[in-house]
Design a binder for this molecule. Structure first.
Ligand code: CP
Ligand code: NVA
Length: 309
């Protein structure tokens, strides 16, 4: 059984297969409307259960569309509506129940341990829809988007991240190892990636480049990624953290310090880390990035359901 929990645990070959399937499916859908089903209805009769312990717009809707376009169905739950979320039922029992009713389970959670527990007790594939240490479906989709726009393998590009060391960055770091691309990170010293992540990169004979000077970080960049400085449920002094990131705001001047054809990507939702001028400007591809989530989720589902050709 194939789970989709952390990019670092999935082979590059499988990640590549998912991306190329998404590319094929996307081009075949050009004339189809939103809810029309892909030829062959590959997930006919299958049900994905999605559960959210945190807010979501894109992940929730893109998985809904993804399974529908493959001929299956979905049920979306908030954990606080279940016995599990109320504290009355264990993860083990909930995982067994979900395995009885559904064919796949997508979880957005504030605990990596919970995902592991679900995986250990369920007999259906588990997908990580965002956890404290990972946002794998987002980042795989972003690799797809970068290659779609730049029309070359990501390994030939300089990727830059300006922002907090959070779940999205951790997955981007994992992607930099899996897909062999250069990753430069710009953030205040206090918010650099943790030792565990850096050791994992070293262990895999790769390097990430960390700068506390934002201009140095973006030099030579083909793509600049960012994310909200304050993540969902971030339990920090928000005012203080925003202040600490003030010098790292992505504005037009900073974009001009990167390569001339550098693009801007952001997983959304956004905060003050980027100016409106950049976010809504010509170099920004954030709407295409959000839409591509649907296409990659489909191929992730096929991978998990053992139907990826
Ligand atoms: N980018 C992303 O995961 O968005 P949502 O939080 O809206 O799902
Ligand atoms: N880093 C953000 C991503 C939101 C999609 C968070 O965890 O809130």
């Amino acid at each position: 059984m194939k789970h989709f929990i952390h990019l670092k645990d999935i082979s590059t070959k499988d990640l590549r297969k998912i991306i190329s399937d998404a590319k094929k499916r996307k081009s075949l859908r050009k004339k189809l409307s939103t809810l029309e089903v892909d030829k062959g209805s590959p997930l006919k009769g299958k049900m994905l259960i999605q559960m959210f312990e945190k807010a979501s717009s894109r992940t929730r809707i893109s998985f809904y569309l993804a399974i529908k376009q493959l001929g299956g169905g979905t049920l979306t739950l908030r954990s606080n509506e279940l016995h599990f979320g109320q504290g009355g039922e264990s993860i083990a029992d909930t995982a067994k129940i979900l395995s009885t009713y559904g064919d796949g389970f997508m979880l957005r959670t504030d605990s990596d341990k919970k995902i592991e527990n679900f995986r250990d007790h369920s007999t259906i594939p588990i997908i990580n829809g965002l956890s404290p240490s990972s946002h794998p479906t987002q980042v795989l989709s972003d690799v797809f988007t970068v290659e779609e726009i730049k029309k070359k393998p990501i390994s030939k590009l300089n990727i830059c991240w300006i922002g907090d060391s959070n779940n999205v960055l951790d997955s981007l770091i994992a992607a930099s190892v899996k897909f062999s691309f250069k990753l430069s990170i710009g953030c205040p010293k206090k918010f650099e990636p943790g030792k565990k992540v850096r050791d994992w990169v070293k262990h895999n004979n790769r390097k990430i480049f960390i700068y506390n000077d934002v201009k140095k970080a973006v030099r030579g960049a083909d793509v600049i990624f960012s994310d909200k400085v304050i993540s969902l449920n971030d339990k920090v002094n928000k005012k203080k953290k925003i202040e600490q990131f003030k010098r790292f705001k992505i504005d037009k001047k900073l974009m001009n310090s990167a390569k001339k054809d550098c693009i801007f990507l952001h997983c959304l939702p956004r905060g003050d880390e980027v100016s409106d001028e950049v976010f809504l400007g010509k170099k920004s591809h954030v709407w295409q990035q959000a839409l591509n989530r649907v296409h990659i989720q489909k191929s992730i589902l096929l991978y998990c359901f053992g139907k990826l050709r």
